[in-house]
Design a protein around this ligand. Sequence first.
Ligand code: SF4
Ligand code: SF4
Length: 298
Amino acid sequence: MSNTPDNAIPASPVIPVQLALDDKFQFRCHKGIACFNKCCENIDILLTPYDILRLKNRFGMSAREFIDQYTVDFEMDGHDMPGLKLRTKEDSAVCINLMPEGCGVYSDRPAACRYYALGLVSMRKKDSPAEEDGYFVVREAHCLGHAEPVVQTVGEYRRDQGVDEYDEINREWRQVILKKRSAGPTIGKPSQRSLELFFLASYDIDGFREFVASPGFDEVFELDTRFKQELVQDDVKLLKFGFRLLKQILFGEHTIALKADAAQKRVERYKQRKLLSPSDKAEELADAQDKLYESLGD
Ligand code: SF4
Ligand code: SF4
């Protein structure tokens, strides 16, 4: 079982026919089928932020502990964008969560497991502000579910599998990935600090919560006190806020108010370290605006 990243060029075993929510396809997976769990023995599963939240809560772990024990790193593009894949059992491609009786995390299984044997592709048409989702069938030789006499729409299958909730929560994160990929080098290589913030907001929800609660964050962002309290108490709200922050940091899409004097304060900090001339000050102020996000958490 593998999940094809957004915008990947479909290759065999993908059936190259794009389906919409109302389109029907034939498929059924159930415990009694001869191939039961075959799809979990050869996995390549990219984890989304909500996958990690659900799984780390299931195991009663911190996000960091889950990441260390259950994931492997990979680079999502040519610019060091960090991605995480679900770990496999040693020296094999068998999912680490596969037990003799089946999936050991079934009610919290990742979105890719829920989608299979469907794949998702998100695309933005030229000059269109919003991306559109399309679906395709993945037909692998070992999977006998395609021969089962059950026909359903894509929408019905998504609802049965509980995918809607995952996609709704991850939506803005997928937009970030899609935009970063389609922009390519035009938005430049993100700074090391931006990449660290991407990792924190995407995968390490506990570290991100601490970051949002920190004085350094308050120094830069103007957040309503009640909203901030809600964020630190509600992981899903915090995840979604993190995706907005990433859009602001990576693409300049401003939805989170900045403190008016945030950049000036950075200059003052700078001035304490070295004496600046007036022309230096103007230059440093401009530079401080640019580097404000990079300084977060310093
Ligand atoms: S029918 Fe396909 S998805 Fe279901 S257990 Fe078999 S291989 Fe996996
Ligand atoms: S998480 Fe569960 S459903 Fe997904 S690949 Fe692993 S064992 Fe299979």
